[in-house]
Structure formats: structure tokens, C-alpha cells
Design a protein around this ligand. Structure first.
Ligand SMILES: CC(C)c1onc(-c2c(Cl)cccc2Cl)c1COc1ccc(-c2ccc3[nH]c(C(=O)O)cc3c2)cc1
Length: 232
């Protein structure tokens, strides 16, 4: 059938993509990623700083998702806490799959590989990065998929499930249309995108296990990450 994006859906996409592009990690942070010397401790510290900066970027992006700020305040927090790791996987995946200049991608990968994370987490993580790379998403798809992830209603402690589900549904309807228009030769593309969301859930589980092992080794996090992940 003829797929049409309405005027209001176009406005929705524009506001989400603008927010997505406006909120980037500060340049000095990414410069540090390239310059600091290599050691497991230094790499872990850098990744902790990157994650902390990324959470702040994520909060700003989320506040620009139409309808998010009209949700119950406690539900807003529950959605951010429940989706942060998945959203950061998506963002770091999109960064890693871009052919960044000056070997940025390789540096980030190397630091993740040598930061004291266990192999059992590394393998699924880099498989995910590869599967995102293969999708070659356009920025509209990246931004909408991140919004869909944040607006997942079945996160712990969400009270008004329906309100979140309605918002997520609005995003999914637009995302599906975009996929049909963007990839006419691949009718399965939208389904493959949603399949990534399932893969993200399993990564959440691996990440929780990694957090536990880090806590055992008395690894230090920032106050923001401690609050986000209920550690220390
Ligand atoms: C606390 C640290 C060690 C940590 O724990 N889990 C993860 C962890 C790991 Cl590995 C993997 C996935 C998720 C988490 Cl949440 C991390 C490190 O998290 C990140 C590392 C890097 C980035 C990152 C790197 C480069 C970037 N460029 C841009 C940009 O906008 O240009 C954004 C961006 C983000 C985001 C999260």
C-alpha cells in the first residue's frame, strides 16, 4: 500500500533527529579518548568518563522526545534508569560503526577491549556492534530506535504502563513507515531493527553481571553512574 508520512509525523521525526544530533559528547572528551595512554586502569577510567558524559547527553535527548516530559515524573526516572545501558549500547554502536576520522573507532574499540571486562561480555557486545553496523541505519532510524528503546513500557517500577506504551507506539508507527520508504528493497528491514531491541535486552543482562564483578573488584564509578546503576 502507498506509505505516507503525515505532516505531524514529519515534525515528530525532525524534533527527535535535531535533539539526537544536538546532543553529542563534548569534543574535549573524545580528544581525551585519542590521547590518553593505554593501560587497563586508564581505559576503565576513560570509559567511565565517557559513560557519565553519555548519560548526561541521553537525559537531554530524552527530554526532547515529544510527550516524555508530560509522563509521571517517577516514570520518567524509571524509564531513564531502565533504558540507559541499552541506549548507550545503541549510541556507542552507532559511533563505532561510523568510519570515524583519525582512527577514533579503532581507539575506542581497543580501550573497551583492554578495560578489564570479561571475554564473556566482550563477545556479545562486539557481535551487537557488528549487527548494528550491517544495518547501516540512517540518522532518522538511529534517533527513532533510541527513542523507542527509552519508551519501553515494561521497565521496572513504571506505574502508568499505558501512557508509555502509547508514546512508544507513536514512534514505532513512524519508524516502520521510514523503514519502508528508506529500504523499499528490504521489506524485512523494520523487523530486523526490532530484532536489535531484543538483542539489547540480553546485553542488559550481561552488563548487570559485569557491574557485579566490577563491584567485587572495588572498581570506582562516578556519582551519576552510581545513582543510575544503584551501586555503592
Ligand atoms: C562505566 C564504564 C566502564 C562502562 O560500563 N559499561 C559501559 C558500557 C559499554 Cl562498555 C558498552 C555499552 C554500554 C555501556 Cl554503559 C561503559 C562504557 O560506556 C560507554 C563508553 C563509551 C561511550 C561512547 C563513546 C564514544 C562516543 N561518541 C559519541 C558521540 O556522540 O560522538 C557518543 C559516545 C559514547 C558510551 C558509553
Amino acid at each position: 500500500e502507498k506509505v505516507e508520512i503525515t505532516k505531524e509525523q514529519q515534525a515528530l521525526v525532525k524534533s527527535i533527529v535535531d535533539a539526537y544530533n544536538r546532543h553529542q559528547i563534548p569534543q574535549d572528551m573524545t580528544k581525551k579518548l585519542l590521547q590518553e595512554q593505554y593501560s587497563a586502569e586508564e581505559n576503565f577510567l576513560l570509559l567511565t568518563e565517557m559513560a557519565t558524559s553519555q548519560v548526561q547527553v541521553l537525559v537531554e535527548f530524552t527530554k526532547n522526545i515529544p510527550g516524555f516530559l508530560s509522563l509521571d515524573c517517577e516514570d520518567q526516572i524509571a524509564l531513564l534508569k531502565g533504558s540507559a545501558v541499552e541506549a548507550m549500547f545503541l549510541r556507542s554502536a552507532q559511533v563505532l560503526s561510523k568510519r570515524m576520522p583519525n582512527g577514533y573507532t579503532e581507539v575506542l574499540k581497543e580501550r573497551v577491549r583492554n578495560s578489564g571486562m570479561s571475554e564473556e561480555f566482550m563477545t556479545p557486545m562486539f557481535n551487537f556492534y557488528k549487527s548494528i553496523d550491517e544495518l547501516q541505519m540512517v540518522q532518522e532510524e538511529q534517533a527513532l530506535l533510541t527513542a523507542v528503546t527509552i519508551l519501553t513500557p515494561d521497565r521496572p517500577y513504571v506505574k502508568d504502563y499505558q501512557a508509555v506504551e502509547r508514546l512508544q507506539e507513536t514512534m514505532l508507527v513512524v519508524l516502520r513507515k521510514l523503514c519502508v520508504l528508506q529500504h523499499p528493497q528490504d521489506p524485512q528491514y523494520f523487523a530486523r531493527l526490532l530484532g536489535r531491541l531484543t538483542e539489547l535486552r540480553t546485553l542488559n543482562h550481561y552488563h548487570a553481571e559485569m557491574l557485579t564483578s566490577w563491584r567485587m573488584n572495588d572498581q570506582k564509578f562516578t556519582p551519576l553512574l552510581c545513582e543510575l546503576w544503584d551501586v555503592q
